[in-house]
Design a binder for this molecule. Structure first.
Ligand code: ADP
Ligand code: G6P
Length: 496
């Protein structure tokens, strides 16, 4: 068995066992923010990624992906239903996203959550070499840091939450709230996307567990657990290079032709999720078509919505509603050969996504709540000529960083329509000024900067950071919101 000094544990592996049309099993990168962030980062690093390969039954033996060792954890059909679809995606996911859909609570789901967290912890303990760093990701695995610390006190354990962490009044609804908080406190460092999330966590720990807590440090069992905000990002340079490739530019041109050479292309790219505000966006678009502010002749909307968590009832209902609405809008406003909305549910490779970003004059990213939303960052990175308007929800984590976007409240239908019109009709000079500022920000705050700031705070002696972020001088590592300081001397990781 291979042992690693860096072990990433996430519910998902960056590959999925899909069945090809000819019945063969093929591996592909899975859509979703967590994989998009970590995959380019870990590539060519001697790390092990512990996770689920999709499907049920015995865990497959997987090939290394770009030098990263894949360790699959098996899920039974019952685990899939009660852990992944149940506790993770029907209790925690809706609760953490402002309860925009009703969270469900079932005792059976909690049992599965504990069982699966233990199985992941055992797999991580098996592959971690003595003194290794184990970096646990996301809401599927809240109990894992605590379980792993009990099994392997020699490890350095980090936890990062990719989704929002809710305000106390929502989190308090959880029947097993104390156990979840305790599980997370098994980590040495707990990272959130936003300062507010770290604050919510500290308040909850003080209230529910009566532990001494500030927004930066928590005392538990004689240890100090540090908490902070580390906004995740993308491989900015890689997306920019991809978008600048001649074949991608040519593909973007062809796409515009295929779309009927409209004056304006609006693009949205989402997982089919009720947090993404797809229905609100369609309603706003439909009203603009009805009032004549937008005309099918010169403007098209391309909506990419890749299906997600397809067996969960709330996701099935959403898909039906979205598809009915797209059909209605196209029926009412489209013309022969000129649909109002081009609706696509397929997963695309990175080059095709980059071409879509390049062809979009306006990118509409309007979630009701989103931990970060990497699609918005990908769009900015792909606009290599500083054109393109980003319409962005105030409730996406990205909004805290990309404040030069055209910001909207997606719950405010009139505001959403005005924002979309403003983005469509903005003066080119204004668009470029905003895009330049956002691109400059992402250039500096890319996925490597994120990993550096998090891992240097976790692994204070620094060798891991140097190895992971090639060509980096660990001595120059900075933590967001903090004055420059050496990786070995980071005291307070919080951005707040
Ligand atoms: P979430 O994490 O909720 O899925 P993000 O916007 O943070 O949302 O991340 C979504 C990721 O999935 C992005 O990297 C995006 O490029 C990728 N993605 C979204 N739709 C597709 C698709 N149709 N094909 C391939 N990748 C996709
Ligand atoms: C979000 C979550 C990830 C998850 C991804 C895709 O980004 O934070 O943990 O992997 O969505 O969802 P899925 O359920 O397909 O893994």
């Amino acid at each position: 068995m291979r042992h690693s000094s860096l072990v990433v544990v996430a519910n998902r592996l960056p590959i999925d066992d899909s069945i090809a049309p000819d019945g063969a099993c093929e591996w592909r990168r899975t859509p979703g923010g967590l994989v998009s962030a970590l995959h380019p980062l870990l590539r060519h690093t001697p790390a092990t990624w512990v996770g689920w390969a999709g499907g049920t039954g015995p865990a497959p033996t997987l090939p290394d992906v770009d030098g990263v060792h894949m360790r699959a954890v098996p899920l039974t059909a019952e685990d899939l239903r009660d852990h992944y679809e149940g506790f993770a995606n029907s209790t925690l996911w809706p609760l953490y996203h402002d309860a925009v859909e009703q969270p469900e609570h079932h005792r059976r789901w909690w049992e599965a959550y504990q069982r699966v967290n233990r199985r992941f912890a055992e797999a991580a303990a098996e592959v971690a070499e003595p003194g290794a760093v184990v970096w646990v990701q996301d809401y599927h695995l809240h109990l894992l840091p605590g379980l792993l610390r009990a099994m392997r006190p020699d490890l350095r354990i980090g936890f990062f939450l990719h989704v929002p962490f809710p305000p106390p009044e929502l989190f308090m609804q959880l029947p097993r709230r104390a156990e979840l908080l305790r599980g997370m406190l098994g980590a040495d460092l707990i990272g959130f996307q936003r300062v507010q999330a770290a604050h919510n966590f500290a308040q909850l720990v003080a209230k529910v567990l009566s532990l001494p807590a500030t927004d930066r440090r928590i005392g538990v069992d004689g240890r100090v657990v540090r908490i902070g905000a580390f906004p995740v990002s993308i491989d900015t340079a890689e997306m920019a290079a991809l978008a600048a490739r001649p074949d991608v530019a040519a593909r973007a041109q062809r796409l515009r032709q295929d779309l009927g050479r409209p004056e304006r292309v609006i693009l949205s790219v989402d997982r089919m999720d009720y947090t993404k505000g797809i229905e609100q966006r369609l309603k706003a678009y439909s009203e603009l078509l009805a009032s004549g502010h937008v005309k099918v002749r010169d403007t098209v909307l391309v909506q990419v919505a890749v299906p997600s968590r397809e067996r969960v009832g709330q996701y099935q209902i959403l898909r039906e509603r979205v598809e009915r609405e797209v059909g209605r809008i196209n029926g009412e406003f489209g013309r022969v050969g000129e649909p109002a909305i081009h609706y696509l549910t397929q997963p695309f490779d990175r080059a095709e996504l980059a071409a879509l970003y390049r062809v979009a004059d306006v990118m509409a990213v309007t979630p009701l709540r989103d931990g970060m939303n990497l699609v918005a960052k990908e769009y900015v990175a792909a606009r290599v000529d500083d054109t393109g308007a980003l319409l962005l929800s105030e409730f996406a984590g990205t909004a805290a960083e990309l404040s030069q976007a055209y910001l909207v409240n997606p719950h405010d239908l009139e505001g959403l329509k005005e924002g979309l019109l403003a983005a469509l009709h903005a003066a080119p000079a204004d668009v470029s000024r905003r895009m330049r500022a956002m691109r400059a920000h992402l250039h500096e705050h890319d996925i490597r900067a994120w990993a550096r700031s998090y891992l240097s705070a976790l692994d204070e002696t620094g060798p891991l950071v140097r190895r992971l972020v090639s060509g980096t001088d660990a001595a120059s590592i900075t933590v967001p919101g903090q004055p420059d300081r050496s990786a070995t001397r980071v005291e307070h990781p919080s951005g707040g």
